[in-house]
Design a protein around this ligand. Structure first.
Ligand SMILES: [Cu+2]
Length: 303
């Protein structure tokens, strides 16, 4: 029925408007193997662990789990990021991520196995990912230094594909590791001045003859940003105003159905515009003000 189709089209279009108009949330972090910032994020499943609680107490702005970001590094990571502060990118707002602990949320991996790393993105950027692994004698009880990492990345990918809200970095896990290690991910943007730093704690197991796939040591967290809530609300509104309902109801009302259908559309649009304005009215957190400046051109929300 044309009216249903029209209503559905208008509602879907209206539901997407507030998302497109919302300022960009942030940028990204590894979610598989899960990074400390993503694991401890407010909606991550690990926020209640001792490690995350200690990190937040020491200072870890994990509400912005995807914003461990430093401008103007230009590839001079080892000169600019001090030893002992690798996981925070040297940012005092994230210093809790540098805590030397043996109980950070970790992901179990199989040495030498093929693996697709996932780096969740809230704004896509162009750039190169470099992944480093700790040397075989790594000691998680000490703060991470550059000397703890292999000097060369075991994986490098430039502008990898994005699927399901995450960059997909297909590759192979490092060989010759066992037990607790750390994968250090550097994402150097090429279309912004920024570089992102992330620590993912992992536990390596030896390769199995059966070739069973790697398993996570704990339930995997797919951290959601605040963006998930408005998106869900938008869908809920669209579902509640399912065009099938008003159209069926008004068939008994003679020629008044176009008026009622029009009124329903107007009401839904007003609700959505109101919600959008309320969101825009909220003051941007400090970390996001510079980000909005940096990302005015390339802003695109993908989930
Ligand atoms: Cu960004």
């Amino acid at each position: 029925m044309p009216v249903r189709r029209l209503l559905a089209t208008v509602l879907v279009a209206a539901a997407t408007v507030p998302l497109a108009a919302t300022p960009a949330a942030a940028h990204g972090a590894p979610t598989d193997p899960v990074s400390r910032a993503a694991a401890c994020g407010p909606e991550g499943r690990y926020a209640a662990t001792s490690a995350c609680r200690a990190a937040i107490e020491a200072g870890a702005a994990v509400r912005e789990w995807d914003n461990v970001r430093v401008a103007a590094i230009n590839g001079r990571d080892r000169e600019r990021i001090p030893d002992g502060e690798l996981c925070s990118g040297g940012l005092s707002a994230y210093r809790g991520l540098d805590l030397p602990r043996t109980d950070w949320p970790s992901t179990e991996l199989t040495t030498s196995a093929t693996f697709t790393f996932r780096y969740r993105t809230t704004i896509e950027h162009r750039g190169t990912f470099r992944l480093y692994v700790t040397k075989p004698d790594y000691d998680p009880r000490k703060k991470l230094t550059w000397a703890d990492l292999e000097s060369r990345p075991f994986l490098t990918r430039t502008d990898p594909p994005v699927r399901a809200g995450a960059y997909q970095l297909a590759g192979r896990l490092p060989a010759g590791r066992s037990g607790r290690h750390l994968i250090y991910t550097i994402w150097q943007n090429s279309n912004t001045p920024d570089t992102y730093y992330s620590c993912s704690d992992v536990v390596f197991r030896g390769a199995k003859a059966t070739g069973s796939p790697p398993k996570a040591a704990a339930p995997k967290s797919a951290p959601r940003t605040a963006a998930s809530a408005p998106a869900a609300t938008g869908s809920a509104v669209a579902a509640a105003a399912d065009p099938g309902v008003p159209v069926a109801a008004v068939t008994d009302l003679g020629g008044r159905w176009p008026v009622l259908a029009g009124a329903a559309v107007v009401v839904v649009l007003l609700l959505l515009i109101g919600a959008s304005r309320r969101r825009r009215g909220a003051p941007a957190p400090v970390g996001r003000q510079c980000e909005v400046r940096n990302h005015r051109a390339g802003r695109r929300r993908i989930w």
